[in-house]
Write a protein that binds this ligand. Structure first.
Ligand code: ATP
Length: 142
């Protein structure tokens, strides 16, 4: 029974406004849920849930370990052995430009250090800081 379950797998699609970033069959997918990591196996119950900035991991069928992606916030939908992760941004760990992420992190921290000044959008700076820090973390897993 377990063998059938993993050999069929689930179809995993990661989509951003720029298009389809990832498309493959997986044994398991882990996405960053609002309440922590959410692991999804084939035949998971139907589900729609919000996701947060974090790491998505895909264990491909016949693959060699996990595929790591940095993802922005969005939604996950699971239905009929098909997982759709619809997010603002997504990059495979190997595609992350760490110098760019480091520069974005420093910019965001400079904005956050100016807390209280009228022209600083703290929410935007905090979101940017989270995206950049996440990219640096996930890039290290490439
Ligand atoms: P930056 O200020 O460097 O643009 P950002 O957090 O504002 O960073 P986003 O708005 O989250 O950037 O993303 C814009 C686009 O650039 C998306 O397609 C995203 O995948 C890509 N992107 C952003 N940062 C990186 C990075 N460090 N490496 C690879 N792609 C990136």
């Amino acid at each position: 029974m377990e063998e059938t379950r993993t050999s069929i797998g689930l179809k995993c699609e990661i989509v951003t406004p720029e298009g389809l970033i990832y498309d493959g069959r997986a044994e398991m997918v882990v996405v960053p849920g609002e309440m922590g990591e959410l692991g999804v196996l084939p035949r998971h119950a139907p589900l729609v849930s919000r996701t947060v900035v974090g790491e998505a991991r895909v264990r491909e069928i016949d693959g060699k370990g996990w595929n790591h992606l940095a993802v922005g916030s969005g939604y996950v939908k699971m239905q009929f052995d098909r997982l759709l992760l619809l997010v603002n941004t997504a990059e495979q760990a190997t595609d992350i430009d760490t110098a760019r992420a480091q520069a974005a992190l420093e910019r965001a921290e400079q904005h956050l250090a100016r807390s209280g000044e009228p022209d600083v959008d703290m929410h935007r700076a905090e979101q940017s800081r989270q995206r950049a820090a996440n990219r640096l973390k996930v890039a290290g897993k490439a």
